[in-house]
Design a binder for this molecule. Structure first.
Ligand SMILES: [Zn+2]
Ligand SMILES: [Zn+2]
Length: 212
């Protein structure tokens, strides 16, 4: 009879500590080459585990990638921003919304710090999804529209061809009820509605209605 022991890794349940970027070549006693090699291994494991829906196992590995990226490229690097974004997506998929919010806020902060023209649309849309879960439609709308000036808003449908890039606000249409989420086509809106948005969509409250 087999009995599978569950290893409890307490440190993995916390958000990783933000390490200070000291010296990428020697910090922690590991060379840059060793870190790259470790990162490659972790990336493959995360991909496989995520595909197998084993998110609880994939998330601690992605957290380790975030720390490695901070050590190798700096806390405010585009690599770190991308890794935090991916961690937030996985935590969202795992319905760990509080942790996802922390990761995605960091991803947005890092990526917005890279310059006005840097495409932050996907991270902002991911964070807006968390706000939708919390019923904070106005915050979701504001987060998405923060890229309006730079024409930096993504279609909110996960299967969209515009996924992973911001498109101009003039090419998107808002959900007619909540006006908090934006799509490039009716097809994209239908897909996202069925998969996700119908659970959260609600009309904005008028000032009078909000007091009831
Ligand atoms: Zn689309
Ligand atoms: Zn809506």
């Amino acid at each position: 009879m087999s009995h599978r022991h569950r290893q409890t890794k307490q440190k993995n349940e916390k958000t990783p500590v933000h390490t200070t970027f000291v010296d990428a070549s020697t910090e922690g006693g590991k060379s840059t080459a060793e870190r790259y090699a470790r990162r490659m291994v972790l990336m493959n494991q995360v991909t496989n585990l995520r595909n197998a829906q084993r998110l609880a196992e994939a998330i601690p590995l992605q957290q380790e990638i975030c720390v490695l990226d901070e050590q190798m490229h700096g806390r405010n690097s585009s690599s770190a921003g991308l890794s935090w974004n991916k961690l937030g997506e996985m935590q969202y998929e795992n319905k760990d919304f509080a942790a996802a919010e922390v990761s995605l806020k960091l991803a947005v902060e890092i990526r917005e710090g890279l310059g006005e023209d840097f495409d932050t649309s996907v991270s902002r849309d991911n964070l807006a999804r968390i706000f939708e879960v919390y019923g904070r439609m106005e915050d979701a709308k504001k987060m998405r529209l923060r890229g309006r000036k730079a024409q930096n808003i993504t279609c909110a449908c996960y299967t969209c061809k515009y996924l992973q890039q911001g498109v101009g606000f003039d090419r998107l249409k808002a959900c007619s009820r909540c006006k908090s989420v934006f799509y490039c086509s009716a097809d994209c809106q239908k897909v996202d509605w069925k998969e996700r948005h119908k659970f959260y969509c609600k009309a904005p409250e008028t000032p009078a209605a909000s007091t009831t």
